[in-house]
Design a protein around this ligand. Structure first.
Ligand SMILES: Cc1cc2nc3c(=O)[nH]c(=O)nc-3n(C[C@H](O)[C@H](O)[C@H](O)COP(=O)(O)OP(=O)(O)OC[C@H]3O[C@@H](n4cnc5c(N)ncnc54)[C@H](O)[C@@H]3O)c2cc1C
Length: 377
């Protein structure tokens, strides 16, 4: 219903590349994080610009090309790498494409699509995550520059990025009209990676805290109209949640399939454990939830692809897909027993990696607040 022959060809192309050039290194990258060169390789193959127009080096595909990439990334079982690629292609660069000038697209979008530059998106701060309006990173206008001061935290690709798209507050008095999105390049005096952070899962990716201390950023780095930053960020967040939902449910499908196969083969008391009704029913619940949420995710992705702005459905898809992914990973560990708890079995990492998705891109609770508003509650 959603995928054409061209999508299936793309899927095969991505699958072959991941099997050959990525999967053999995943265990090592869990320890060391992946090398920057992987972005260049993804760029060479066109995977960082699947739905950007050819004039910027993109492949000119539709939204389902991005869904295909996120599904194939989910299937290899490295949440960290999948997240880093999604930040590059579906979070940090879309605002540059949608709101940036021609010159800005040539300077930052094109090299990011080629994988020559690595991008990050810096919204969260030590004292403001869910409450985006509560950020305190300021950008004071001084002639042809903004002077940026503040701290951002939990930033994916933050340690390795060539530039960060940074959410700043310019004017406290103007409410939602007082925010701006600025591209701040690594190497700009005053922009430091203050530390990298250790975390529960997503070990192959880097997560950093960034500091801006009197950092002078040219006004030419403002993405979108002055004062439109908050509105433009809300648009970005829809895309971020949509791709998070697609990746999460594809990951859940993979874990379900693996677990069903394991249960068919694992013997206890003289029979496969899949023959115990309690295990069989657990698997049925897992498969049923994944199938239902998958259908809803695809339907919502179609709306997004067609240019609609389905805030309720995207929030619902993100909420449900990430919850189901966590539930499925948790049940998988139960079904695998002690093996499920061991690093040499894939559900252990899936469980750790999946947990982030209920927090990042807006928590469960924030999704429910947004959905409630759309019901007039
Ligand atoms: C590994 C990782 C990678 C990340 N990558 C990035 C990135 O690249 N860029 C970036 O900008 N951010 C990133 N984040 C940050 C992420 O988006 C935030 O953690 C998330 O938005 C939640 O913010 P917080 O952690 O400050 O939690 P808080 O906002 O402090 O929330 C704490 C708790 O309070 C609840 N809560 C808050 N407000 C409400 C409310 N109104 N109603 C009900 N409950 C509420 C929350 O749901 C949560 O349960 C990343 C986080 C992690 C862990």
């Amino acid at each position: 219903m959603y995928f054409t022959d061209a999508h299936e060809e793309l899927r095969l192309h991505i699958h072959r590349f991941l099997e050959k050039e990525v999967k053999p290194h995943l265990e090592e990258w869990e320890e060391t994080t992946f090398p920057d060169s992987i972005f260049r390789r993804f760029g060479e193959l066109g995977f960082l610009g699947l739905r950007y127009p050819p004039e910027y080096g993109g492949q000119g595909g539709d939204y389902f090309s991005a869904v295909v990439l996120s599904e194939e990334m989910a299937k290899i079982g490295s949440g960290g790498l999948g997240m880093a690629v999604a930040v590059q292609a579906e979070m940090a660069t879309p605002p540059v494409f949608k709101f940036g000038t021609e010159e800005q697209k040539r300077k930052w979008l094109l090299p990011a699509i080629r994988g020559e530059q690595i991008a990050s998106l810096a919204i969260s701060e030590p004292d403001a995550g869910s409450d985006v309006a509560g950020i305190t990173t300021t950008a004071r206008r001084d002639g042809d520059h903004y002077v940026v001061n503040g701290r951002k935290t939990f930033i994916t690709n933050g340690a390795r990025c060539s530039w960060a798209l940074v959410v700043t507050k310019t004017d406290r008095e103007r409410g939602h009209k007082g925010y701006n999105l600025l591209v701040i390049e690594k190497g700009t005096p005053g922009f430091e990676v203050s530390r990298t952070l250790k975390k529960l899962g997503m070990h192959s990716s880097d997560t950093a805290e960034l500091t801006f201390d009197g950092c002078r950023v040219p006004v030419a780095n403002l993405i979108g109209e002055e004062g439109e930053g908050f509105k433009n960020l809300m648009w970005e967040l829809q895309g971020e949640r949509m791709i998070a939902a697609a990746g999460a449910i594809a990951g859940a499908q993979r874990v379900f399939e693996y677990t069903a196969e394991y249960a068919r083969n694992r013997q206890a008391f003289g029979q496969p454990i899949s023959q115990f009704q309690v295990i069989k029913h657990k698997l049925v619940d897992m498969g049923t939830k994944v199938a239902a949420v998958q259908a809803f995710v695809y339907q919502t992705a179609k709306q997004w692809d067609q240019g609609e702005y389905p805030v309720r459905e995207i929030s619902q898809a993100k909420l449900l897909a990430t919850q189901v992914a966590c539930e499925v990973a948790d049940e998988a560990i139960q079904i695998l027993g002690g093996h499920g708890y061991m690093q040499e079995f894939p559900v252990e990492r899936a469980w750790r990696d999946a947990r982030l998705a209920r927090i990042g891109a807006g928590t469960d609770e924030i999704m429910k607040e947004i959905i409630a508003k759309t019901y007039g509650l």
